[in-house]
Design a protein around this ligand. Structure first.
Ligand SMILES: O=P(O)(O)O[C@H]1O[C@H](CO)[C@@H](O)[C@H]1O
Length: 321
């Protein structure tokens, strides 16, 4: 089996199921919710980002052809359609849970919901995730507005856009402006409007790794030396599909942990000191866990939620200009 068919499934299969998915949605949703103006993808532990929407209609992924099931704790499996903002409200759709390749989903399944959102008319997307910090200046709890990515899987052949050319899709997608500068500007204006402290929001580069293991110290050092500020196991495939569909992309990473990059202390010297009867100082060995990731998501849910809500208001105002 070729790399392409093994890794991506036939893209045409997914394309054929759009009609069924859109038909289900058009039967379930009231007209005012059927054309969302902005989409949110909720990262690990961040499904509450959609909890401030009103008049919500939740559509389980299980009722939508082509959607998988999210199996990761902290991810639900439903689309939430609702309104935000004052007056008539701004129609928004939130993905309560995403698919990661490490769960066993093909890359075409991972990005399928993004392609559905495009067909619902979404023009701007806010993709969120939980991420580990590789940059000593980015503390746990910081929100990072992503300006670029480093995707080793893409560079080595695990890429969501592999496959035959399709009509109306670019063969060679440019990515130098993938992370919309106008949207990143609105992120900082939203933070200003909310009077968030300066260090609550930073800018940085996201490294995509396949997971599901967290990074070894050497991998952490490698990604950091290569220019990445945060690392995670999602988002980049969604960004690529969104850009291919012509959607403007904004990514917000919540730093949930520091990637463990200790200074190596020689075990030989430690043993020699021990044998010589000298006192030895052992640094505690740290490990990251998904529980820690979820717990920071929970603690920071409110600030993320208000930032996303304000950002949607600003995006909607721009769309009307
Ligand atoms: O990127 P999201 O889905 O927020 O989740 C992040 O958290 C999980 C690891 O704790 C990984 O799936 C990683 O990508």
């Amino acid at each position: 089996m070729s790399i392409i068919s093994e890794r991506t499934q036939a893209p045409s299969l997914a394309v054929e199921s759009f009609a069924g998915t859109l038909d289900v949605l058009s039967r379930i949703l009231p007209a005012r919710l059927l054309k969302p103006r902005v989409a949110i993808v909720c990262g690990s532990g961040l499904s509450t980002l959609a909890s401030s929407l009103r008049d919500v209609v939740e559509v389980p992924y299980s009722s939508l052809q082509g959607f998988g099931k999210s199996t990761v704790e902290g991810h639900r499996s439903a689309l939430a359609f609702g309104l935000t903002g004052e007056g008539d409200g701004i129609p928004v759709v939130a993905m309560l849970g995403r698919f990661h390749p490490y769960e066993g989903h093909s890359l075409s399944t991972v990005v399928y919901p993004i392609r559905v959102l495009a067909r619902l008319g979404v023009r701007d997307i806010i993709i969120t995730n939980a991420a580990g910090s590789l940059n000593p200046n980015l503390d746990v709890g910081t929100i990072v507005s992503i300006q670029d990515h480093l995707a080793l899987p893409n560079l080595t052949g695990f890429h969501p856009l592999l496959g035959p050319t399709r009509p109306n899709y670019p063969r060679f997608l440019p990515l130098s402006t993938a992370y919309s500068r106008p949207l990143r500007r609105l992120v900082f204006l939203a933070a200003h409007a909310l009077r968030l402290p300066r260090d609550a929001l930073a800018e940085g580069t996201y490294a995509w790794v396949s997971g599901p293991s967290y990074e070894t110290p050497a991998e952490g050092r490698f990604l950091s030396a290569a220019g990445a500020d945060v690392v995670g196991m999602s988002t980049v495939p969604e960004v690529l599909a969104a850009r291919e569909e012509g959607i403007n992309v904004c990514v917000l990473s919540l730093v949930t942990n520091k990637v463990v990059i200790p200074e190596y202390k020689s075990v030989r010297e430690e043993v020699q000191a021990e044998l010589a009867g000298k006192a030895i100082e052992r640094a505690p060995e740290a490990e990251v866990s998904h529980e820690e990731v979820l717990s920071v998501g929970k603690q920071k849910a409110e600030v993320m939620k208000s930032l996303v809500a304000k950002l949607i208001e600003l995006i909607a105002a721009e769309q009307e200009k």
